[in-house]
Each structure stands twice: as C-alpha cells, then as structure tokens.
Design a protein around this ligand. Structure first.
Ligand code: SF4
Length: 416
C-alpha cells in the first residue's frame, strides 16, 4: 500500500509528523488486537482532526458492524480492496463521501497480486506466495479474516524474485498465511516444493528460507526433494501449538504429537546442523495439568532451539472462545514461564555447541563495533571487523558466547 502511494506521487511521513491521510492497517488476531486497532483510529483522529482516516485490513474485514459506530473513520477498506487504495482515497477526496467497501473474502477465489514490491531491506526479502487458510483451528480467526487458500501465480513470484536478485538481495523468505497449502487451489498439480525448486534456480539468490510450516507438509517425498535444493536454509519453524494429543484435537490441529516427532526426525536426518524452532500455545481451554505436562515432556524430548510461547487468549467469533474450562490467567502465566525456561535451556545448549565452529553468516547491519547477521540455520552472530561487511556472506569462526550472544571472528570476507 505504501508503495502504491509512493508511485502515485504521495510522500510517506513518520507517525510523529503531521500527515493529510492516515492509513491504519488493522489486525484482529486477538481481542486485544481489535482494541488496539480501535484505539489507534481514535488516537490518530483526535490528534489530527482534519486528516482523512482510512481503516483497512483484518479487523475491518471481520468487524463491519462495530466500525459503523466509529465516526472517526472516513473510509473503510477490506483486505481485497487494498490493491485499489489510492483510487478509493482519491475518490473520497473528490466526493467527501464516507464509505465502507468490504467484499466477502470467503467468496474470493484468486490471490490479490500486488506485483513487484520495492524492498527497503538490502539483505532479505519476504515474499508472500499465498493468502488464506482452510484449516479452521478452533482458536483462530484468520480463515474468516483472510478467506480460503488462494495461491499466487508461480510466474509472478519467479519474476519478482529475479528482479530482487538483480537488485542485490541474497536471501528470500517464502511466506503466506498457510504456506504449506501453496498450490492447493490451482487446477494444475503444483505444490510448494515445485515452487521452491524453481526459486532454487534463480541466479543471485543464495538462500531460501521457509516461513512457519505446518508439520503435515513434512513428508518423506517433500524432504527428499527439499534436501536436493542447495539454497534451502537448514532452519525450520514449525507450528506445534501443543505436545498433547487431546489438546491438539480440541484445537482442531490435524496431527498427533507422534506424527510431529516423526517430522522432526526426518528433518534432522536430512539436514545437517538443522535448527528447529516452534510455536506453542499454553492455557488452551481445558488444558489440564496432565495435558500441559505432556507438552513439557514433548518439548524436553525434541529440544527446540527456540520456542515462541503464546498464552491462549480468547478470540471472539472462534469456537474456542465458547469452550468450557477456560484456563485461569495465573496458570497461563506459570505455564508460559515454564516453556520459556525450556526454550532458554536448549537455546543455550545449541549456542554453546556453535562455539569453535565455522559458519556462513549473511551480514545485515552494523551495531557499534560489531556487524550482525544470521547463519544459514538462523542463529544470530556478531562479528568484529573493520571491513565493510554489509550484505556480504562471510565465513565466521565462532569464538565466544557471552551474555547470550555469539561472537564471531572474520578472517576474510570472501563469499562461501
Ligand atoms: S492453520 Fe494457522 S492460520 Fe490456519 S486456522 Fe490454523 S492457526 Fe489459523
């Protein structure tokens, strides 16, 4: 959206400066996000009474009625309308007619392709390859806000990545709402692995990183093809959510803990020095002490490098919000702390194992006397060097692990 405005001659200013038009891209993932979206709209209007306020995005998409009472907004655009935001704003400027344009995302069959994007990050580009989700996990509002799976045309993705490679970006992160579903809506038999094989052939791209993956995609066939791609990074972020089958079932997740464990084995057998990270929700409705203990045991067995813990929070409009046995806030807090402890423990263990190893680091930026970047398996490393290492892939010898940070030593800056 920002780029569309720039292309049409508008100037983008920071929130601290005064603007004529404010675009508020709302989020609805939790009840708290809804509240924050509303607060932001009110705050911006209060501080800039004469400005045009445009609300877009997921909260807008699912909360049509609530927004009718928000008199601060001039224009409301759903997720499908983001592509024509400039046209809609200009019409508003001309006619001063307040409008809500929200088409039903559930009826949408095609990916809204924004085409080529300009990246401000010189090192890494996040490429969205699909939208929507058909899974309907009981805690999640996303399928209602984003609609069904719609995949982006493969040629459009390849064209965009070829262009960014020409601009010097070395790493792409392949992402979507449910990236494992890529291609499911195509008539042709195309899936995520077909797309990754094509991206792997693009000259100039040196690393391909995968965004959060649902474990059901990690099959033998998928891994056999994936391991042949030399640019795929040996880091996988998996959405586990719980290590207990009963909880997983109530969440409407489509796998059991044992199947998840098999995915992990497959990845560890096929990718050298692979780092695995995961998302876990604690305090899901009905999660007993015993169920939580199963998750703890599971996490201690699989030893993730890092776990992102989410305390379950009710999301209006989802099945889980009306489930019995909602878990008390203090218990959620305790459980969250326990998972963080496990995460820190194994994070430290893996970091210590990195000591005295040689790593390939894609350097992102300078911070004080250090350069900062990530290894292929997404471990942050700081490198002391007087040379300009920005956006270079360098060989680093990990010499120190201090204050939770890995410090590398760079003998030369040749690409690996
Ligand atoms: S798979 Fe992910 S996006 Fe889809 S419903 Fe479940 S949590 Fe939400």
């Amino acid at each position: 959206m920002k780029q569309q405005f720039i292309e049409n001659g508008y100037e983008i200013v920071s929130l601290e400066e005064k603007a004529d038009i404010y675009i508020i891209n709302t989020c609805t993932v939790t009840n708290m996000s809804d509240r924050k979206s509303r607060q932001m709209i009110r705050r911006v209007k209060h501080e800039n009474p004469k400005a045009i306020i445009v609300a877009v995005g997921c909260y807008v998409q699912v909360a049509k009625n609530e927004l009718e009472n928000l008199k601060e907004i001039d224009l409301v655009l759903g997720n499908n309308e983001k592509k024509e935001i400039v046209k809609q704003v200009e019409e508003y400027i001309k006619n001063k007619e307040k409008k809500q344009i929200i088409t039903d995302v559930m009826q949408k069959k095609e990916f809204v392709d924004f085409g080529q994007t300009t990246y401000t990050d010189k090192t890494r580009a996040v490429i969205k390859v699909q939208d929507g989700c058909d899974r309907f996990c009981t805690y999640c509002i996303i399928p209602y806000a984003r609609g069904r799976v719609r995949s982006r045309n493969m040629e459009s993705i390849i064209k965009e990545i070829e262009q960014i490679a020409k601009n010097g970006i070395k790493e792409v992160v392949i992402t979507g709402i449910h990236v494992a579903s890529y291609g499911k809506d195509f008539k042709e038999n195309i899936s995520l692995i077909d797309l990754l094989e094509k991206i792997n052939n693009i000259e100039g791209i040196e690393r391909i990183r995968l965004g959060s993956l649902e474990p059901t995609i990690i099959t033998k066939e998928f891994v056999n093809r994936l391991k042949n791609l030399n640019k795929i990074c040996n880091h996988f972020h998996l959405s586990l959510q719980s290590g207990c089958d009963e909880t997983l079932e109530r969440m409407n997740r489509k796998y059991k803990a044992e199947e998840f464990e098999n995915c992990i084995k497959l990845l560890r057998e096929n990718f050298k020095d692979v780092m695995l990270t995961a998302d876990v929700i604690v305090g899901f409705p009905g999660e007993t002490k015993e169920e939580f203990q199963k998750t703890v045991k599971f996490l201690e067995m699989v030893e993730f490098y890092k776990i992102h813990v989410f305390k379950y929070s009710k999301r209006k409009g989802t099945k889980a919000a009306n489930m019995d046995n909602q878990v008390d806030g203090n218990i959620k807090e305790e459980r969250s702390k326990k998972i963080i402890e496990i995460s820190n423990h194994y994070g430290k263990k893996y970091n210590e194992e990195m000591l005295n190893t040689k790593q390939s680091v894609l350097v992102e930026e300078k911070e004080g006397e250090f350069w900062k970047g990530h290894t292929t398996n997404y471990v942050l490393v700081k490198i002391k060097s007087k040379q300009d290492l920005e956006n270079k892939i360098v060989t680093t010898y990990i010499k120190e692990y201090k204050n939770n940070e890995l410090i590398g030593d760079c003998k030369d800056n040749s690409s690996m």
